[in-house]
Design a protein around this ligand. Structure first.
Ligand SMILES: Cc1ncc(COP(=O)(O)O)c(C=O)c1O
Length: 461
């Protein structure tokens, strides 16, 4: 027996859908031996059972989980200085460039960008991104670009297209927490590979390789790094590629801080160095152009040996069709943003970040009990705590919590990045705040530092 049911019609319970035609009409069939008694169906529902889905229960943002669990009561006598927020716009000292704003105004005034765009973005905008990042060693065309709602959605699409539930992915420790949040919510296991603070946060390559097994679907590389501010050398990137190549593992590289490196250091994008490893390179406007709220990101598909083939490309297109990506006005402005932003704007930002990093590093490196690691790029500096010299605190969470209570300075405990006994400082704050924060951190440490670590017996007395 077969029915035709209009969408929005009431007659669709207990019936198997055979798909929908273009008129919004479902063709449905029911097994004729099943007699459906609507009254009985109703009474069989014992009670309300509306529960959160398994996916929602598995979704955990560790930063929220840790920060919301902290008692953050600032000292009322000292104005709060938040060194915890990775949003460069919060203090107003790092505005985006006028050309970026102008491009956006023109996009609005053109009235051309008020409708839906194709799910992967306007062709013109994709072409603009391809032109901006194309180089002879890793040529790109518009078809190799998928626009996304921020780098976060680019990462989500990339993980979703490469991994199945039950697979595992390799992610950095310490590392940006979104990778784990997304993967675990999708039923993908994460394995952390170690970064080495004493080697400017290079990857422990032996450890990385030891984690690979039959279920490893991809490795995520984040360069320059949040939270470390580290930048990998060409040589190190070649070694990472060798590991991936030997084991036939594709790479998702998160280059949202690409080109945000201090003078004296070069940023090398991963894809141009790869001869065989297929790479999905994720980026966006958030950091380099200082407009994180505009939610513009992208995936660059690098697949010169046709290993991803049409499958991964088509998969990305299909995934992008679930929810349309970035705001069309920003897409309309993208070509001008990429082509017209003057080099001095990028330079100014980088000089500022470098200068603030140097202030912070030189101030904190003379504080007994603290070990800052000088960054080479991005917007962060990681500071190690010799926790055995601060016997009042169990760990970085307690240390940073009390730093708020006494000194009204909030730094993110690196437990949020799976790296206890460090904390992360964001260096986008105005210089005077940075200096004041360092003075207060020094005071705090000298109040709580014990030159030699006490054993538990002495502590009990
Ligand atoms: C390493 C890293 N990747 C991705 C993102 C997300 O970028 P977006 O704001 O474009 O989603 C961030 C944001 O802080 C980040 O630090």
């Amino acid at each position: 027996m077969s029915f035709v049911v209009k969408m929005n019609g009431a007659l669709n319970d207990g019936i198997h859908s055979k798909g929908m035609n273009g008129n919004g009409v479902h063709h449905l069939s029911v097994r004729t031996h099943v007699s459906v008694n609507p009254a009985k169906l109703k009474s069989n529902r014992p009670r309300w059972t509306v529960r959160p889905s398994e996916m929602s229960k598995k979704t955990l943002n560790p930063i929220r989980a840790i920060v919301d669990g902290m008692k953050l009561t600032p000292n009322p006598e000292k104005p709060m200085i938040a060194l915890s927020i990775g949003d460069p716009t919060v203090f107003g000292n790092l505005p985006t460039d006028d050309t970026v704003l102008q491009a956006m105004k023109e996009a609005i005034d053109s009235h051309k960008f008020n409708g839906y765009a194709p799910s992967v973005g306007y062709q013109k905008s994709r072409d603009a991104v391809a032109n901006f990042y194309s180089c002879p060693e890793a040529p790109l065309e518009g078809k190799d670009v998928i626009l996304a709602s921020g780098c976060s959605q680019a990462i989500e699409l990339a993980i979703s297209v490469l991994c199945n539930p039950g697979d595992n992915i390799l992610i950095p420790r310490p590392g940006f927490s979104l990778y784990k949040t997304l993967a675990v919510s999708m039923g993908i296991q994460v394995k952390h590979y170690n970064l080495l603070p004493e080697k400017s946060w290079k990857i422990d390559l032996k450890h990385l390789e030891s984690l690979i097994d039959d279920k490893t679907a991809c490795m995520i590389i984040n360069n320059p790094s949040n939270p470390c501010g580290s930048v990998f050398s060409k040589d190190h990137l070649h070694k990472i590629l060798s590991v991936a190549s030997r084991n036939c593992i594709p790479i998702l590289t998160d280059e949202i801080y690409g080109d945000m490196v201090f003078s004296g250091c070069d940023f090398q994008s991963l894809a141009p160095l790869s001869s065989d490893v297929p790479i999905l390179s994720c980026g966006g406007l958030a950091k380099r152009w200082l407009v994180p709220g505009w939610r513009m990101g992208w995936i660059l598909i690098h697949d010169r040996n046709n290993i991803f083939g049409t499958g991964i490309r088509e998969g990305l297109v299909k995934l992008s069709q679930r929810i349309l990506g970035p705001c069309t006005v920003v897409q309309g402005a993208l070509e001008s943003i990429l082509n017209d932003t003057p080099p001095e704007f990028y330079q100014r930002t980088i000089s500022f970040l470098k200068s603030n990093s140097e202030i912070c590093f030189s101030e904190l490196s003379t504080v007994p009990g603290l070990n800052p690691v000088m960054p080479s790029g991005a917007m962060y500096i990681m500071v190690g705590i010799e926790i055995e010299h601060f016997p009042e605190f169990q760990n970085d969470v307690e240390f940073t919590e009390r730093l708020v209570t006494e000194q009204s300075v909030f730094c993110l405990p690196a437990t949020a990045f799976e790296y206890p006994n460090f904390f992360r400082i964001v260096v986008t704050v105005p210089e005077d705040m940075m200096i004041e924060a360092c003075i207060r951190i020094r005071e705090f440490c000298s109040r709580h530092y014990l030159p030699r670590s006490l054993d538990s017996h002495e502590l009990d007395q």
